[in-house]
Each structure stands twice: as structure tokens, then as C-alpha cells.
Design a protein around this ligand. Structure first.
Ligand SMILES: Nc1nc2c(ncn2[C@@H]2O[C@H](COP(=O)(O)OP(=O)(O)OP(=O)(O)O)[C@@H](O)[C@H]2O)c(=O)[nH]1
Ligand SMILES: [Mg+2]
Length: 312
């Protein structure tokens, strides 16, 4: 473990990959690893990129990697794979495109599946971000589809949140419903080469003006990711937001992230402990009692929690 930590801190890609796998599998060593690594975190900027399926997030990330390499930044990318059957076809394509960067020594790319995380997706991706942070990456990009609660939670871990829309899709409405508007720092209208980009821009700006009466509304930028248009401006805006953000806001966001992760960790560990103590009282028997109506799920849950409390 010491060796793994040492290699991660040196930025060794194979070690980073191994660390993230431990986190993904919620292995017993995860906690030890995270404890060792945590003191070295806090320096990277986390950029969240979200939006409906197929809006061009991966193409955008791919271009952002180019622009960031140019600025000599070290970059980590977590792409949360939508488990949705609808986007299955697109995934392989982006992955291959983006993967051209993975041979670069300053770039680390990893995809994480939405499903199958014992401790929850947000916990696993949060821990993966800590590992990348400790490994010395300056910029961490997290791509996630902006549908589903889990994915939105992941994007909340970011310092700067980019919401990607496309012209004439009606996504705006979804975004506003999902409560993404409140958390977005930058709106990107990608595929600005297709008709209706200006109209969509006007609509979004109008909605933002209504939504954010007192504060300055977040910028709305147009990009053509496939051509690399608008990418430099996007990176500039990200840098500006970070450099001009009041210290207070920055601290507040980071603390929010920490409190979120702490909750997730507690959640998962309490659940694990509870399940361990249920083995004593026999889970199946509990189910039988509930089935027979000799007890109810609430009483049983209380009993499990009591037995946990007695242990401590
Ligand atoms: N015309 C046009 N097409 C684009 C642009 N950006 C991306 N695309 C295309 O849109 C399709 C989807 O792009 P992706 O980058 O895979 O989109 P995504 O948002 O990552 O998709 P998911 O991860 O599946 O949600 C691809 O065929 C891209 O080539 C753009 O600016 N203009
Ligand atoms: Mg994608």
C-alpha cells in the first residue's frame, strides 16, 4: 500500500489506475488508501461537464484536453458511462477519440460505470477525483450525462459546472426542471453549426435573466466541438471564473463537497455495519417475520439499529 501511495503521488498512471480500481470495487484497502492520500489533495480544479446524451460533451472534453495540454496543464478525466441503453452506440466512438490522449504522460483518462457501485457512484467518483488530485493533476474534468439523480450528484462535486445544450432540442426545459440551472456556472451551446443556435442562445439568456434576478447570470457560450471552435474562449471563462471567484464562495463550494462526501461515507459505512449485525439476527428470519406480519419492517430496522448501538 505504501508503495502504491508513493507511486500515485509521483503521478504514475498505472498506480492511479490501480487506486481507482480499488475505489470502484469498494475494496477493504480503499479506506487506508484514501487516508494516506487525503493530505495531498486540494490543489486541483474540478470541472464538471453535464448535459443531455449526445450533446457533444465527449467531443468538447477531447478538445479541451488539447487546449489544456497546450497550456502545460496536467489533466485527469473521469467519464461517467451512462448505463442507458440509448447512448450505447456513441460511447465507443468518443472513447476511441478521447483515448488518443491517453498516451500523453500528463493525461489520465478513466471511465466509470454508473451502475454497480456499492458505496454509490458519487462516493466512488469523489474518491477517484481525490486520487487524481493527489497525483498532481491540475485540472480534473468529469463528464456525466445530466439525467438521473446520481449523475447530477457527481457534477455537484465540481468547482466549475458546465452545462452543454444543443440548438433547438428543448433541453432547456429539462435542465430547468432538473434544477441544474441553479448549479451551472457556464452554459455551452454546442453544435452551434446547426440551425437555431442564436435562437437557443436568446432563449437561454432570457430564462437566466428571469431565474437569476439579483445575481449576474452565468455566461452562455457557443461552440462547435467537432471543429474546435469556441474552446479557447471556454477555457478562458473557466479560468476567469476561478480566479475572480471570491475566496468565500470557493471555500463554501469545497466545504459543500466535503460535507457531501462525508455523508456518503457515513451512509455506506453505517449500512455495511448494519448488514454485518443482521447476519447475527438472521436476515431471512426477519423477512419471514415481516411476511407473517408478526413484525413490520420498521420495528425490525429499529432492532438492527439498536443492536448496532449496543456494539459501540
Ligand atoms: N455538427 C456537430 N456535431 C457535433 C458537435 N459536437 C459533437 N458532435 C457530434 O455529436 C455526436 C455526439 O457527440 P459526443 O461527444 O459523443 O456527445 P456526448 O454528449 O459525449 O454523448 P454521450 O456521452 O453519449 O451522452 C458525435 O457524432 C459528434 O461527432 C458539433 O459541434 N457540431
Ligand atoms: Mg460522452
Amino acid at each position: 500500500m505504501k508503495d502504491l501511495v508513493r507511486k500515485i503521488l509521483k503521478g504514475d498512471s498505472a498506480a492511479i489506475a490501480k487506486g481507482i480500481s480499488l475505489v470502484e470495487n469498494n475494496a477493504d484497502e480503499t479506506q487506508m488508501l484514501m487516508k494516506e492520500i487525503f493530505p495531498y489533495t486540494g490543489d486541483s480544479t474540478i470541472i464538471g461537464i453535464t448535459g443531455a446524451p449526445g450533446t457533444g460533451k465527449s467531443t468538447l472534453v477531447d478538445q479541451m484536453i488539447d487546449a489544456l495540454i497546450e497550456k502545460n496543464r496536467k489533466i485527469g478525466i473521469i467519464a461517467v458511462d451512462p448505463s442507458s441503453p440509448f447512448t450505447g452506440g456513441a460511447i465507443l466512438g468518443d472513447r476511441i477519440r478521447m483515448m488518443r490522449h491517453s498516451v500523453h504522460p500528463d493525461v489520465f483518462i478513466r471511465s466509470m460505470a454508473t451502475r454497480g457501485h456499492l458505496g454509490g457512484l458519487a462516493k466512488a467518483s469523489g474518491e477517484a477525483l481525490f486520487i487524481l488530485d493527489a497525483s498532481g493533476k491540475d485540472c480534473l474534468l468529469v463528464e456525466t450525462v445530466g439525467v438521473g439523480q446520481d449523475e447530477i450528484e457527481v457534477v455537484k462535486l465540481a468547482d466549475v459546472i458546465i452545462v452543454v445544450l444543443i440548438p433547438g432540442s428543448g433541453d432547456e426545459i429539462q435542465i430547468f426542471k432538473a434544477g441544474i440551472m441553479e448549479i451551472a456556472d457556464i452554459f455551452v451551446i454546442n453544435k452551434a453549426d446547426s440551425p437555431g443556435a442564436e435562437k437557443t442562445e436568446r432563449q437561454i439568456k432570457a430564462m437566466l435573466d428571469i431565474g437569476k434576478k439579483d445575481e449576474t447570470a452565468p455566461p452562455v457560450l457557443k461552440t462547435v466541438a467537432t471543429e474546435g471552435h469556441g474552446i479557447n474562449r471556454l477555457i478562458e471563462r473557466i479560468d476567469t471564473i476561478i480566479s475572480f471567484r471570491e475566496e468565500e464562495t470557493h471555500v463554501e463550494r469545497r466545504k459543500k463537497r466535503i460535507s457531501y462526501l462525508l455523508r456518503e461515507i457515513l451512509n455506506e459505512r453505517l449500512f455495511r455495519e448494519a448488514m454485518k449485525s443482521v447476519q447475527d439476527v438472521d436476515f431471512d428470519e426477519c423477512v419471514d417475520r415481516i411476511y407473517d406480519h408478526t413484525s413490520d419492517p420498521y420495528t425490525i430496522a429499529d432492532q438492527i439499529i439498536d443492536s448496532l448501538a449496543k456494539k459501540v
